[in-house]
Write a protein of this length. Structure first.
Length: 540
């Protein structure tokens, strides 16, 4: 592979060419492909056209496949780790040579009983595969770039320290880590990483349910202008479907945790292209950021049921609605300051004032004391010997020596919450069937709770009439709302084109992305409803 790479670097693109070699030309073309999102088919057609346009004897590859083979030695390594179909184990370390799962007995491969070659070799593909992309080689390559190596120093060299929180480096947790581990904090090039994961359906345009889980790492040392750019977000593993890993996600995360532990305890020798010297790079996992269901999978706390809040736990205030068949969580005014005026309001809430103080979040040490003796056998269908509790497992993150020292270990993704709220608000305003929250059962539950009894459903023979609330819009007002959003023009890259998202015929919004919901809630929604809703609507 090295000889082929060296040969491609020395071969000219065509006889007499002095500007490009075969390797440099393919690299430039692949950069254009990546930046502009060309498909493999279009890239193959471009190569075929360029090969015809260039002089005879040119060395340009004929297809996308051949071009990728030229760059293959330059790519980052990846590992295909076989997994038990029931998520019991990874076939690595002591299980590497096994042909069947030692816990559930399922075959490692897509085979029937005794379906092997005569020599004992396997002739079928694995039943399930984890794609793991080791992070250490990629971090080394990051520091080999002069600009990236310089940007890593941003929190120490260029960050504005004025008491405002604009970046994770301004947080209390960042400073606490520097105080607890001064050897780690004194080196500005040591990395603090965020971990994010969620389910996705790669076959979304087909009528199939398939949940694949990418695990992403974000480098928080970078400046906020590039921290969340696609270039700097590392895909560390892809957990294949079709079913989500759920509580068994710890089985998949074990290779990543081993690398993170090694980066914390030993470090790796890395060349810094900016300072032109070698240093021992260390890294730590700063926090995870997910939606609420994934929060439960990673932390080990059951986020379903009556005690779903991992902060309040037993002090979670809940109520089971009789008509809507839902569990609602009340008494949120406990989280406000003691002198906040909302605590004294009665009519606008549940008819009583709020004097209770919110629960304090558990520290990492307290959580570890709760879960350290919880024994869980991973795998679908495995019988659990542990007593049924809200804490289902000891999270694999506690294998990291510093994890219990962190004040904030798991964070909720605000964009997920904002999209859910936006969908509910828009669905209720436009009275979209299946999306609106203003239903007959919701009105009946409000009556039982003693809230806004004037909105109680009224039976008129065989039909039920719902009195209009302050947010109820007529068909004319809903059309005016949609026309307003359809006519809004925004700068390129600000959000999606809302003209394509608004269906005036059906009076609804379709295809909203998370960022579109953010723009809608923060900027556009107040403009679209200011002449429709009464002024008292914001108070009610």
């Amino acid at each position: 592979m090295y000889d082929n790479l060296r040969k491609d670097k020395e071969d000219t693109l065509y006889p007499g060419c002095t500007n490009f070699t075969r390797l440099s030309a393919v690299l430039r073309l692949f950069n254009l492909k990546a930046r502009n999102g060309w498909t493999d088919k279009s890239f193959t057609e471009l190569l075929e056209l360029l090969k015809e346009m260039l002089p005879e004897g040119n060395t340009l590859p004929n297809s996308n496949y051949e071009a990728k083979k030229i760059l293959c030695p330059m790519g980052m390594e990846y590992k295909k780790i076989h997994v038990c179909p029931n998520d019991c184990i990874l076939y690595r370390n002591e299980f590497e040579e096994l042909k069947r799962c030692p816990r559930c007995g399922l075959s490692r491969y897509k085979v029937k009983d005794n379906d092997f070659n005569c020599d004992g070799s396997i002739q079928h593909p694995p039943a399930k595969v984890l794609w793991y992309l080791p992070i250490i080689p990629r971090l080394k390559r990051l520091f080999n770039n002069v600009n990236d190596a310089k940007n890593i120093r941003w929190p120490a060299d260029e960050r504005k320290c004025d008491g405002y929180v604009r970046h994770p480096a301004d947080s209390i947790q960042w400073k606490k880590i520097d105080a607890l581990y001064p050897e780690f904090g004194n080196e500005p090039r040591n990395l603090r990483l965020g971990l994010a994961t969620d389910g996705m359906n790669p076959f979304g345009n087909l009528s199939t349910n398939h949940s694949s889980w990418p695990v992403l790492l974000i480098i928080y040392n970078l400046p906020p202008s590039i921290c969340m750019k696609r270039k700097y977000i590392m895909l560390s593993m892809m957990i294949s479907g079709p079913k989500q890993p759920g509580n068994d996600i710890d089985v998949y995360l074990s290779p990543l945790i081993e690398d993170l532990r090694m980066l914390w305890e030993e470090g790796v020798l890395v060349f810094d292209a900016h300072s032109r010297d070698y240093f021992t790079l260390r890294a730590m996992l700063f926090c995870t950021i997910n939606d609420f269901p994934a929060y439960g999978n990673l932390s080990g706390y059951s986020v379903k049921g009556h005690k779903a809040c991992p902060i309040c736990e037993k002090r979670t205030r809940f109520q089971q609605l009789r008509n809507g068949k839902k569990t609602v969580y009340l008494r949120h005014r406990r989280f406000l300051k003691r002198n906040h005026p909302y605590r004294r309001l009665k009519t606008a809430f549940n008819g009583s004032s709020e004097n209770e103080i919110a629960s304090q979040a558990l520290t990492g040490e307290q959580v570890y004391d709760k879960v350290k003796d919880v024994n869980v056998i991973f795998g679908k269908g495995q019988k659990q010997t542990a007593v049924k509790k809200k804490w289902k497992k000891r999270s694999v993150f506690f294998n990291l020596p510093y994890w219990s020292s962190l004040d904030v270990r798991h964070c909720i993704d605000v964009m997920h919450v904002e999209k859910n709220v936006c969908d509910s608000v828009i669905g209720t305003l436009l009275n979209i069937p299946g999306k609106t929250k203003d239903t007959k059962n919701a009105r009946l539950d409000m009556v039982e709770l003693g809230i806004r009894e004037q909105l109680a459903p009224q039976s008129t023979g065989k039909r039920t009439y719902l009195p209009p609330a302050c947010h109820t819009l007529s068909k004319k007002e809903r059309k005016s709302f949609c026309d307003c959003l359809q006519g809004i023009k925004v700068p390129q890259g600000y959000s999606s084109n809302f003209k394509r998202l608004v269906s005036v015929k059906d009076l609804k919004l379709v295809g909203l992305k998370s960022h579109d919901c953010h723009i809608l809630m923060q900027q556009l929604l107040p403009v679209a409803i200011r002449d429709i809703l009464p002024k008292k609507a914001d108070r009610e």
